[in-house]
Ligand binder design. Structure first.
Ligand SMILES: C[S@@+](CC[C@H](N)C(=O)[O-])C[C@H]1O[C@@H](n2cnc3c(N)ncnc32)[C@H](O)[C@@H]1O
Length: 367
């Protein structure tokens, strides 16, 4: 298990991700500890059904859980293959020299389709080269590390990690006057992302997230595979109903990684919370459920009721939280709540094996 300073370094390996739980993992795992004590985690499996940017899976792995993680999007599966499933392979300086090597071949897919509108020609060439080298790499972990490097470059090239077309052409031509002043430093820094020293710095950040553990990552719809996946703790962090969709936010990245944009996940729809009923029905074999959800369309009481139907006992907390603190208006920051619910099957063998003192602690009032 990583030491404390290494634990802090592992976060820098991850890409910034919409709805990522990096700032909430301490809270989430304290809630899990109240129901299943930390000392048992090294013998248990945590299923992360909506892997996203990987924060929860990486933290669970660092805490000793065996991890199984799924996501429908390649952008997430890449993080999983690079950092969750991978325990030993890292990027080398030679890898970076290879991806940064000047190429005088014809423009690749990123340069053809996304330069100069979304990336400068130089950024696009590095992205193309990185993805080609990844495609030629047989080791799954090394190929994923290279693709993760490309994702990090795409996100870093844009202010607030919002990969959109529009301004990059002006940046490349030095037409800085027509760009919002607060965004300018980010664009200018982004021009340095093609340099070997900057790419190597990023590679070292990514390498700091590689450590030993047991994990498996799958690119799949969780609803399709859930009944067949074993596990002790099922962490659910679906796209929140009625919020901006991942597929719109990451359209360009998905087009580059998947060859096309993805259809919007039904979890993002206004009635997305209804899908949770189907998830719960398929997860009755897993003794402990943990759900993260925002308060946009559904109340904490409704969520508790959905879980209790399945004979679960439930502990729930609600905290004031804004995912994009810098973007959210003050009023909506104050309104936004993050619900964390832990629900367990009191009849499950795992729960029955716990001491009476532990079982009493589970029921203690939530503050
Ligand atoms: C809220 S994010 C997860 C964030 C993650 N917990 C983190 O800390 O970075 C939700 C993720 O669910 C994925 N997703 C959407 N529908 C899915 C489905 N049916 N099965 C699996 N993953 C899905 C999206 O691609 C997105 O990456």
């Amino acid at each position: 298990m990583p030491t404390r300073s290494r634990k802090l370094a592992i976060w820098r390996a991850l890409p910034p991700y919409l709805g990522g739980k990096r700032r909430l993992v301490g809270h989430i795992f304290r809630e899990i500890d109240r129901v299943v004590p930390r000392r048992l985690w090294g013998k248990l499996t945590l299923l992360d059904g909506f892997l996203g940017g990987g924060a929860v899976s990486l933290y669970a792995k660092a805490q000793g859980f065996a991890v199984i993680a799924t996501d429908i999007a390649e952008r997430s599966v890449i993080v999983g293959q690079a950092l969750i499933q991978n325990s030993r392979v890292t990027l080398t300086h030679e890898d970076i020299l290879r991806v940064a090597a000047p190429s005088d071949g014809p423009p690749g897919r990123v340069e053809q389709n996304h330069a100069p509108n979304t990336f400068t020609a130089a950024q696009a060439r590095v992205l193309d080269r990185t993805l080609v080298v990844a495609g030629e790499t047989r080791d799954v972990a090394k190929a994923a590390l290279l693709r993760l490097l490309a994702i990090r470059v795409m996100l870093l090239a844009h202010p607030m990690s919002q990969v959109r077309g529009g301004n990059m052409g002006k940046v490349a031509k030095g037409e800085f006057d027509s760009i919002t002043q607060s965004c300018l430093p980010n664009y200018v820094d982004g021009l340095r992302l093609t340099r070997v020293d900057r790419l190597w710095q990023l590679a070292q950040q990514i390498n700091a997230g590689v450590f030993h553990g047991e994990a498996r990552v799958m690119k799949t719809d969780i609803l399709g595979v859930l009944p067949d996946i074993p596990g002790h703790v099922f962490y659910m962090d679906p796209p929140y109903p009625s919020t901006s969709s991942y597929e719109r936010e990451y359209k360009v990245i998905d087009e580059i990684l998947e060859g096309e944009s993805l259809p919007v996940s039904p979890f993002s729809r206004k009635d997305g919370a209804a899908l949770l009923d189907r998830v719960f029905e398929k997860a009755t074999h897993i003794p402990v459920w943990v759900l993260s959800l925002g308060n946009a369309t559904v109340s904490i009481e409704e969520l508790e009721a959905k879980m209790r139907i399945h004979g679960r006992e439930v502990r729930s907390t609600s905290i004031q939280y804004a995912h994009k603190a810098s973007l959210a208006a003050k009023e909506s920051r104050e309104r936004n709540r993050e619900f964390i619910l832990v629900a367990w099957d009191p009849e499950a063998a795992l729960m029955q094996s716990l001491s009476p003192g532990m079982r009493q602690r589970q029921g203690e009032e939530v503050h």
